[in-house]
Every structure is written in structure tokens, then in C-alpha cells.
Design a protein around this ligand. Sequence first.
Ligand SMILES: CC(=O)SCCNC(=O)CCNC(=O)[C@H](O)C(C)(C)COP(=O)(O)OP(=O)(O)OC[C@H]1O[C@@H](n2cnc3c(N)ncnc32)[C@H](O)[C@@H]1OP(=O)(O)O
Ligand SMILES: O=C(O)CCC(=O)C(=O)O
Length: 376
Amino acid sequence: MKPWNIEICDVTLRDGEQTPGVSFTRDEKMAIALMLDEIGVEVIEAGFPVVSPAEKECVAAIARSGLDARVCCLARALRPDIEAALDCDVDIVSIFIATSDLHIRHKYRRPREEVLEDALNMVEFASDHGVQVRFAAEDASRTDPAFLVEMYNRGAECGADLLSFADTVGYLTPLEIHAVVSKILAEAPHPLCIHCHDDLGFAAANTITAAAAGAFQLHTTVNGIGERAGNAALEQVLVALRMKGGIDRYDLSRLQEISRLVAQVSGIYPDQVRPIVGENAFAHESGIHIAAILEDPSTYESIPPELVGGERRFVLGKHTGKRALEHIANAYGFNLSDEQARWVLGQIKQRSEGKCSVTREVLCEFLRQAKEGIPQ
Ligand SMILES: CC(=O)SCCNC(=O)CCNC(=O)[C@H](O)C(C)(C)COP(=O)(O)OP(=O)(O)OC[C@H]1O[C@@H](n2cnc3c(N)ncnc32)[C@H](O)[C@@H]1OP(=O)(O)O
Ligand SMILES: O=C(O)CCC(=O)C(=O)O
């Protein structure tokens, strides 16, 4: 399979930090940037310099820290924003304008042609300063496609190296994003970035679908943090790229580690059932599943836990079967007769149905009782 032609721009430090209530310190941003770099992410969006003097310092520190990744930052289509970005010595300035009529009406209160002309001047201004320029369409998914194509073609003429399509409010489904990305690339054949939000729960799916349709730069955040329901999750996108896009250059074995780091410093912990990084992502209770996993884990795991730095976990409860119990009991040094196993299974199921968990201690107590003689 020919690997997809993509790169990752991780925006945890900018859009991820826009998660309500989240603010990273300079050391935290640096630690996340370092780990993203070690994973092999090609572009790190370090922040939005005009937000505050401290933010500007963080962006500059990351840009000057000698990472392999290119460092990017956000700027409105305003000269002071772009000057602040240039001060930070970033490799890429991402200049954005909202492009939907809805946003333009409420935020800029000017005709869209005027907004575009002014923004193009800013693209030229940044490009003339020798920095790479991304020209991003905010709310692209609710924008007149003809206007987007005009913006992208004219942006490229003015020196933009990358054009960005943002599904700012997580509005599209995978089929819709495939159609719109294909249309844009046919009419504006330039490197396209895709920036998806998760309001409908499709951010990672839309990102991968856009890549399949030819999008080049894929935006992600660790654990999918970000505005409202968040962004496309780095871990989901990278694993999907490995499994479906023929891309094996990222160090996926660090994914659980970076997930823990970002959870700790953001205070936003992934759901138990979240793919790849959730506590249950590699946990099994069902007897039928565990019996098969003991023969071959791929029967019930499409992602090997060790691929992402995780571990398989067997849980005892209402759904435990005899094979699973025997396996776990053996690991604790107990060999059970059929009768003993049946009795212990009954105890486990009863306890679980009473909404009590079957911890290692509880199991060992059942096992000891069974060995000493099944209570009548
Ligand atoms: C989709 C996204 O994620 S976009 C990024 C969103 N991120 C943030 O907002 C980061 C945090 N924001 C901030 O710290 C502040 O909002 C700042 C520093 C950026 C701006 O603060 P203020 O100057 O106080 O402006 P305020 O936030 O009230 O309003 C935004 C202004 O930016 C203008 N603006 C918004 N987007 C753009 C743009 N892409 N290009 C030019 N101007 C823009 C708005 O029209 C508005 O201008 P107005 O005050 O003349 O009406
Ligand atoms: O497209 C981009 O690069 C950024 C836009 C963005 O953050 C958004 O619209 O949510």
C-alpha cells in the first residue's frame, strides 16, 4: 500500500488550551512539545502570541528550542498579530479569517470581499517576511464553496504555503467532508489542512476521511481536548493512519504516556471508554472474549495494546467465564477442580450483580475458601 501523503499539525498547545478552564504553564507547554516532537509530529502549533505576554514568551521559547518539528502559531488577519508571531521566530504563521456569511455578518460586519482583500494583504505581509504561511478558513464547513475556492486560490497566489479548512463547529459527517475536500482540491489544488471539531463525535473520522480524500496537513489534539466537545484526537488519528493509511513513522508507543501528561496538566481526564487512552480501551470481562483472547488476542483486539504503550487487563464480574477464571486463578497460584471453579464463578457473579467489584483480594479469598472446602 502506498502511504498517504500527510503530515500532522498538533494543536494541543493552542486549540487544546482553548478548552474552557485550561491554561498551560511554560514548562507544561515545553514538556508537551518535546513529547510530540519525540513521537514524530511534523508541526506543533505552540499558541496564539497576542493572547498575553506570557503566551508570546511560551511560543518563542518553543520555536527557539531546537525541535525537529516546525513550530506554528495563530494570528488573526491583523498586522499586530502577525508582527507578534514574527517576533517569536516561528516557522509557520497561521493567519485565519472566518469565511461563512454567518460569521462575517456577526463578527466583521463588512462585505466578505473586503474581509478577503484585507486578509490577502496580511498573507503577503507575512510571506514577505520569509515565514511559511497557512491561510485558514474558520467555519469553512458552513461557507459558500465558491468563496472558499476563491480564497484558497488567491491565498496561494499571495504566498500562502498551506490552506486550511476548519469544521469549526463540528458540523459535517464523513461523507460530507469527503465530498467537500475532493471538490476543493479539484478546484484549488494546493496543500490543504483539515481542522475538525467533535461536536457530532466525528472529528477523528472526518480527519481520516479528509486525508483519504487528499488533505495533507491533519490537525489533532492529545486526548481530543479543545473548544466545546474538542478536536480530532491525536491518538485516534495516528493509530488510524498506521492501520489504514500505511504510515508507520510515528512512535505510537508513547501515546498513552502523552495522554497521561496532557490529562494531568489540563485536568481533563479521558473517559473510561475512550479509544486507545481510556482505562477500558484494553480491558475485557466477557468470558467468551477472554477464552478466545487466551488463544489469540487479535480475536477481540484490533489494536494491540503494546502498540500504543498500553496493557491488556482482565476484569472479573458478572460476565466472567470458566476459562478466564482458571487463567486468572492459575496466575495467582491456584489450580481449581471443576466443582471449585463453578462455586467461585457463582460467588463472583453474585458479588458483581450486587454492584460490588471483584478485586484481587476478594478473588483470592474466594479461591482460598474453595480450596479449604466449599461452604455448604
Ligand atoms: C476558531 C478559533 O479557535 S479562533 C481562535 C479563538 N481563540 C481565542 O479567542 C484565544 C483567546 N482570545 C483572546 O485572548 C482575545 O480574544 C484576543 C487577545 C485574541 C483579542 O482580544 P480583544 O482585542 O479584547 O477582542 P475580543 O476578543 O473582544 O474580540 C475579537 C475581535 O477580533 C476580531 N477578529 C476575530 N477574528 C478575526 C480575524 N480572523 N481577523 C481579524 N480580526 C478578527 C473580531 O472582529 C473582534 O474585533 P472587534 O473588537 O473590533 O469587534
Ligand atoms: O484551520 C485552522 O488552522 C484553525 C481554525 C480553528 O481553530 C477553528 O476554526 O476551530
